[in-house]
Design a protein around this ligand. Sequence first.
Ligand SMILES: [Zn+2]
Length: 492
Amino acid sequence: MAATTDQIGRDLDDELHFISWNMNGLRTFNMSEVLTKRVGTMNCSILAIQETKLTRNMLEASQACVDDYSSYFSFSKNRSGYSGVANYCHTTATPIRAEEGIAGSNFQPAYKVDLPIAVGNYPDIGEDQSADAKYGDNDGRTVITQHVVIEPDGSEKLLNVINVYCPRLRDDPSDPVNNRQFKLNFHNFLTERARNMVKSGQFVVIMGDLNVSHKLEDQSDATDPKQFVHHEFRQWLDHLLSKDEESGVCFVDTFRSKHPDRPGSFTCWNTRLNARQNNYGARIDYILVDSWFSKYLRDAQVHQDIMGSDHCPISATFHSIRFKANTFIPRTASKFYAQFCHRQPKLNDLFKPSDVQAARTTAIQNEIDRKKRILKQSSLASFLVKKPKLEEPNLTGPENDQNSITKSTPNDGSSGFIKEVNAESVSAWRLLFKPPDTPTCTGHGEKCSLRTVSKEGVNVGRQFWVCPRGVGKPGDKNASCNFFKWVNSKAS
Ligand SMILES: [Zn+2]
């Protein structure tokens, strides 16, 4: 942590800084860099991340053992490379307990109460809900860390940080949890667990990707207000944020409580459609706190300037309250996983390219191989068919590849035919490297972006041109004009 006071003299030791970020795959990140640079200026006490898309054996030391932080992961045991959440807790915020899952199905019923390692306050699970509880708890959707905080009067209280990745709203038949009842049950377990904690006198922070936008202003493409408010998952969030008559428990949306009217505060965009460019997105990431803890809320923010995922980080800061020091790190911390214990750096590690570099090298090699294959076919064709004269391209292929063509062509200097073929091959080669002429879009007159159809079907692999701008609200002149044109279309 940085200095104990800031420029205006606020005591930073008496501040709690929570950050939540759906990182959409942890493999491309070095967590030390994330915590010291990307979110480093926010003085992070606890970073809750979602969609690590890792299984336990994929976790690397750079993600599991970060200086000044202990981290607590939950991986999906149902599906590999799917969901996954983790809490990174600064040494000033070391938890006393950490637990996976929301329904406690791995602890119930035998250890329902007072197991020293369990966070407790589990929901009642009906017979018909037990399969969903088990599935949800093993799906890498929730991790809870429990901390001790000290209030201004010196009294100590338990604070539970529930990091959650709620099931998606989208109907996707290939998604095994595309089941309305599973989602409703998951939401209800979360509500009941969080309320039970508050009822037993504990503070609760729920942060993560709830996969639902709350109000009309939280979603760009909401067109039908009636349909919008009647969505049952949205009604669940409404229910969580309204006062429970029986217990008086109520949760507060930290961002909206500080910035009730701030428009365009989206946390997630469709990056495939470049929608972040025009801020055409949705606010589906939240830091919610119980109303008693909310009296310490100083501010909450959406950090749209921090890139790296299709979501941006969000944060909430609390004043006049501090974590109680705890030097005993729970054994469930990732640094205690067998694969990281007694780990000596191997010489190989120093020379091993990272997965990202390896993937990039493979992609480049594949592209070179593909172009060589096309050239081979093209060279053969040039022997058999008299081609129309090729226009001289401006762009040249890589120097080395041209040399390899010249060398591989038999050239005894006796035949003009061979020389001609040679020249044609080189031109054909050059053409292969020349990108197709870029059209301009009709709406803006700007050079288009080249895309490739990735969806399986008759057009898979086919290239097309689109307006270079990202999608946006209909009528937004700064957004895409929807220009579309196939590359190599017969009409052109
Ligand atoms: Zn355009």
